[in-house]
Design a protein around this ligand. Structure first.
Ligand SMILES: [Fe+2]
Length: 303
């Protein structure tokens, strides 16, 4: 890991997770942190795209207080896996109850994606807190979509900047290998298909990110399906090369949080017969993705 140093902006001790991406924050106990300190953590998150804090002890009320420092918490699609009394805290687990029923979502996050890409207003950020961790595997990988976009040739950026992706939850459910969702009329009603830009502009500072995702992408507007899916596949392979990826190896008490506007993420498998896992996931509501053409229009109006 790179050397920790005091951030001139916040005074917090931080070290990059990878090159210019992400920050591990040291010497902060989130459970006892006051509001001013939490704001510095929020500031660090917005500047770096992802944060890690280790050795935390977070009860459900602590998680709720922490997430609310970032915005309004988002509810989850599969309410049956939420912590009783805490509809904003979702359990990711391979554990079962006394009747052998799963108590959390298992293997849900496998495959490069960004959370709630099938919603009009996808979640701004995702936070995971490790309660029980497998001794090996079950890593979380984050791909820095800003660095990947910046490295593209200008002529390719110009083409990608104009593209629109059709995302569909139903398409996602129908095409994956394993399933914990049931396609009901209610699910269809609550999750109509949406169109989002392929390149997303960050509202904080205008940085641009590739915003591709596997799974929910049904097609790209104006392109033949085969050509569109080949492009998505090529871009996901490009943007998830090791040079753009931070791999988080979990320890109990870790808190990892990433900005879905400028990252893709995936989980890795673990031996779910040998090991148990329990992580708590919380989301913060987001805004409609800003496209390059929206940003240009805003700049034109402002001038
Ligand atoms: Fe996810």
């Amino acid at each position: 890991m790179q050397q920790a140093s005091k951030s001139p902006a916040t005074g917090l001790n931080v070290a990059p997770l990878k090159d210019d991406f992400g920050a591990q924050i040291f010497d902060v106990d989130l459970q006892t942190a006051d509001d001013a300190l939490l704001q510095k953590v929020v500031e660090t998150f917005h500047a770096h795209g992802a944060i890690v804090l280790r050795n935390q002890t977070m009860e459900p009320d602590d998680l709720m207080r922490f997430i609310q420092a970032f915005g309004e918490p988002e509810l989850h699609t599969q309410t049956k896996f939420c912590l009783p009394g805490y509809p904003h805290i979702f359990k990711i687990s391979n554990m079962v109850d006394e009747n052998g029923e799963p108590i959390g979502a298992h293997n849900d996050g496998l495959g490069w994606h960004t959370d709630y890409s099938y919603k009009e207003e996808p979640v701004m950020c995702t936070m995971l807190y490790a309660v029980t961790v497998p001794e090996e595997g079950g890593d979380t990988l984050l791909a820095d979509q800003v660095a990947a976009y910046n490295d593209l040739p200008d002529d390719e950026k110009a083409v990608l900047d104009t593209l629109k992706i059709h995302h569909s939850l139903v398409h996602f459910i129908q095409n994956r290998d394993f399933n914990s969702y049931e396609i009901t009329d209610e699910l269809r009603r609550e999750n109509p298909d949406v169109i989002h830009p392929l390149v997303r502009v960050h509202p904080a500072d205008g940085r641009k990110a590739l915003w591709v995702s596997t799974g929910t992408v049904k097609h790209i507007l104006g392109m033949e399906d085969e050509e569109a899916m080949a492009l998505i596949e090529r871009l996901v392979a490009y943007t998830t090369q090791p040079k753009y990826v931070y791999q988080h190896k979990w320890q109990k008490g870790d808190l990892l949080m990433w900005d879905n506007r400028c990252t893709l993420h995936t989980g890795t498998r673990y031996d779910d017969v040998k090991y148990q896992r329990m992580a708590h996931r919380l989301w913060v509501k987001g805004e409609r993705p800003i496209a390059v053409w929206d940003a240009s229009e805003d700049a034109r109006k402002a001038s």
